[in-house]
Design a protein around this ligand. Structure first.
Ligand code: GTP
Ligand code: MG
Ligand code: ZN
Length: 324
């Protein structure tokens, strides 16, 4: 790649402007975002980069983004361009007050697959988050996969129930125990050749799973000490991790709630794959499938072709979208 020299030798390194000693521009992938700097991954090596000054206001690189960065002689770098995203996973940003409109937080970019990680015990399984994440995956065009971890703490038939529920929606359900490597082959092959993002409640074992599958031992899972002083390992920021065999996975901090962003109430049903065969057959064109006369979705529920649980989940999310 050709060197890009510039004519600003006087600008300070702290301002992260290019200087005459800069070596070359490379392409890499954002591996982590911290306050004021980024880690950029390229061919197994990570560079600490700043964002080029004039670019700071318009560009907000997130984990998974492809960027161009200028390598400095001191080993640092400056991000100079952000490539268009193939996909992005968004959630509604925690809103600060009633007057501020809801905005989106992009969790990860250029991801193929959303791995919904849950456990049955410690913490207990909560279907609500799984339902939301399935909608978020459908909206973002990501393939969903459910990983039930901590199988060593649960009964075998509990996994079977979830396999039946989500298998009926053509969503694969894998059981794992992160601390037992022999249980991880299915997950490893489901991640192969792709970039996946792992999302789920805190403590379900996302970081433990990725530690077991990482190309090399990585310092994922920092100690959250501080005021709590519990010394518990909990992930505080999303992190792109190279896995064995060339795949990538993004570890993310545990979520307490996951608000949907960018979907209108009238469009929600399109993101329920099990509703799709019946859409367009309701009596009213603007049917929201909430007990309206002649609703094809309601009829499919009555006939057992859509489960009551999925119908209820749809109504919960519909109510939330109307409130927000
Ligand atoms: N018994 C059992 N414990 C596990 C398993 N996987 C992880 N753990 C333990 O569960 C705790 C939480 O695991 P983490 O990997 O930090 O969970 P996480 O999902 O990354 O949590 P956050 O980063 O807070 O979102 C740790 O003490 C792990 O050792 C498992 O399969 N079985
Ligand atoms: Mg973690
Ligand atoms: Zn309807």
């Amino acid at each position: 790649m050709s060197s890009k020299r510039t004519s600003h030798p006087e600008s300070s390194r702290d301002g992260a402007e290019p200087s005459s000693t800069d070596l070359e521009t490379l392409q890499g992938r954002v591996a982590a975002v911290y306050t004021g700097y980024y880690l950029v991954l390229r061919e197994g090596r990570e560079w600490v980069c700043k964002l080029r000054g004039r670019f700071r206001r318009e560009a907000r690189p997130v984990v998974g983004d492809l960027v161009d960065f200028l390598v400095h002689a001191d080993g640092g770098g400056t991000i100079s361009a952000l490539h268009p995203r193939r996909t992005q996973l968004e959630r509604r940003a925690a809103h600060r007050g009633r007057s501020t409109p809801a905005s989106a937080q992009v969790l990860a970019a250029n991801v193929d697959q959303l791995v919904i990680v849950a456990s049955l015990r410690e913490p207990p399984f909560r279907a609500g988050l799984v339902e939301r994440l399935l909608v978020a995956a459908a909206m973002a065009g990501l393939t969903p996969l459910i990983c039930i971890n901590k199988l060593d703490l649960a009964e075998r038939d509990e996994l079977g129930e979830l396999e039946a529920v989500y298998g009926a929606l053509d969503i694969p359900v894998l059981g794992t125990a992160a601390l037992q490597p022999e249980t991880l082959a299915g997950l490893e092959s489901a991640l192969a050749g792709k970039t996946s993002v792992l999302v789920g409640h805190s403590g379900v074992g996302k970081t433990s799973l990725l530690n077991a599958l990482a190309e090399r031992e990585m310092a994922v899972g920092e100690v959250a000490g501080g005021s709590k002083g519990l010394g518990r390992h909990t992930t505080s920021t999303a992190r792109l991790i190279p896995l064995r065999g060339g795949a990538f996975a993004i570890d993310s901090p545990g979520v307490r709630e996951f608000g949907l962003h960018g979907v209108a109430a009238a469009d929600l049903a399109r993101h329920y794959p099990d509703f799709r065969p019946f859409l367009g057959a309701c009596r009213f064109g603007d049917c929201l499938h909430r007990g309206e006369p002649g609703c094809a979705i309601g009829e499919a529920v009555a006939e057992g072709r859509i489960t009551q649980a999925r119908y209820d989940s749809y109504h919960t999310l519909l109510g939330e979208l109307e409130d927000s």
